[in-house]
Design a protein around this ligand. Structure first.
Ligand code: HMG
Ligand code: MG
Length: 296
């Protein structure tokens, strides 16, 4: 068992915000390369409205196209019962719900209140149970909201606890706009962990202000063992303007390797996967490590 579980979100979070729509074949190739690098969980797409996020259209074709490696999880994002139906039809074995700690972001992102999103989540969770599909969940805006500003840890814990009560096996805490700093991240995680066991929590930090890795390190001290990241440091949310990419998987891996924390991920093969997506027109990886290796 690796000491730290990395959840790779590049094919979804990384590509959903790129100006250019990456074709299915290239998305499939990226996911297969990430599987070959040893990642144990790779988020492969979204069953959201293709009018809202055209970059994630054809996620069913992506799911069908990939070589599903044994023991690797391939979750897809699902916002409601329609998305869940489509995910089931595409053969998804794991889905990820996404809610917000703030009302304003909930409205902009998924066009409903937090209470309504929890009702939708309950519907999706019931459908998942009937089909033996595992459910992960995100809470966005855990360290700040693009519309409301500061967010209290209590607001995050309230949504996280309700998602755990619905049977979500893991709740990923998203600093959607990448504004948090280490002590703040620790305070938020401590508060949530008082309601949801630490083993059930993951961190999902965007790196807008260059704090993502420092925030992860601070939170590792508290005992969190699951971290989301995106190959190449791509990513962002179309409804969180100005937010930049996710923490880069290769930068995270470099730190974890240096700390002697096992992940099961091979750095050279991971960089091969980043090189693959860097070969796509208009896609520019933002990680420190990829730039450094490329300069050699
Ligand atoms: P809505 O407009 O409120 O839905 O969308 P509606 O129920 O009123 O339906 C409107 C139309 O959408 C209808 O079609 C529905 O059939 C259709 P029409 O009659 O107009 O032809 N529809 C759908 N089509 C495909 N898939 C569906 C679906 N649902 C309804 N699932 C909805 C609600 C949530 C779908 C919409 O607001 C949406 O797609 N939003 C995009 C949200 C999104 O993908 N955001 C980015 C991902 S979240 C993120 O990045 C944060 C995260 O990384 C964590 C972090 O960083 O914090 C996870
Ligand atoms: Mg995100």
């Amino acid at each position: 068992m690796p000491a730290i579980r990395i959840v790779e979100v590049g094919p979804r979070d990384g590509l959903q915000n790129e100006a250019r729509i990456v074709p299915v074949a290239q998305r499939v190739a990226l996911i297969d390369a990430l599987s070959a690098a040893g990642l144990g969980a790779i988020e492969v797409g979204s069953f959201v409205s293709p009018k809202r996020v055209p970059q994630m259209a054809d996620s069913d074709a992506v799911l069908h196209g990939i070589a599903q490696a044994s023991g690797v999880r391939y979750p897809v994002l699902v916002p409601n019962a329609i998305g869940m139906q489509n995910a089931i039809a595409a053969g998804a074995q794991e889905v990820a719900l996404f809610l917000s700690a703030t009302e304003a972001f909930s409205q902009r992102n998924i066009n409903c209140s937090i209470a309504e999103s929890l009702e939708r989540a309950a519907q999706v969770a019931a459908m998942a149970q009937r089909h033996a599909i595992k459910v992960r969940a995100y809470v966005s805006c855990v360290l700040g909201c693009p519309y409301e500003g500061a967010v209290t840890p209590g607001a995050v814990a309230a949504v996280a606890a309700q998602l755990a009560a619905l049977g979500c096996y893991e709740i990923s805490l998203g600093d959607t706009i990448g504004v948090g700093t280490p002590r703040q991240a620790q305070a938020m995680l401590r508060t949530v962990a008082a309601d949801v066991p630490m083993q059930q929590l993951a961190l999902h930090f965007h790196d807008t202000c260059g704090q993502a890795l420092a925030n992860v390190l601070a939170c590792l001290e508290l005992g969190v063992t699951t971290i989301d990241s995106a190959a190449g440091g791509l990513g962002g949310c179309p409804y969180a303007e100005g937010a930049s990419g996710n923490l880069a998987t290769e930068d995270l891996l470099y730190m974890l390797d240096g700390l002697g924390l096992t992940t099961g991920v091979d750095m050279d093969r991971l960089l091969d996967a980043v090189a693959l997506i860097a070969g796509e027109p208009g896609i520019a990886p933002r990680s420190k490590l990829f730039a450094a290796r490329r300069a050699k």
